[in-house]
Ligand binder design. Sequence first.
Ligand SMILES: [Zn+2]
Length: 179
Amino acid sequence: MNQKTSRKNMQLLDGELKSLSSEGLVSFLVRNANECIQQGLLQSNAPQHFDEVTRVISHQLLEKYLSESNKQEFWAYINEASKNLKYRNIFVYPKNQSKPECIDVLEMEGFATPFEQVLYPFVCAAKDGHLENLKKCNNKSCSHFFIGRKNKLWCSDRCGSKARMQKKRKKDFIKKYNH
Ligand SMILES: [Zn+2]
């Protein structure tokens, strides 16, 4: 999983082939998980709405991934949870090609639970190596998920300068009272 591929993931939904990029799928997960934080869904009792449940599950799964993805148990959990995802091979005949192409397609018909809606993007993103740069903002009052380079600690410049400001204030405080 060290190599990132930007393969398109195909799904069959409502009799139509739809393509999704793994980057797009990661954005979907991150956006949902962050909306879960913004809307305070973790504090509220049992979210009812389908979209709300999707957001809570996205948050839970990304959180679990960040803390447990180095453990075999985590991937065993993902294997068990995703065992009902159905893939099939479909031949397509692209217009500008002389040969048919066989592609892997996920059967999405009848996928109705929020968990399945989250799990599929998660599996595709993990498979293509796009979750490796998943981070959580170091600014505790933010804690938003984001995709960033290795040494990036904050989701935004705003969170970065906020953290530096707090650090400076703490230092000044210690200086002031340590004489
Ligand atoms: Zn932040």
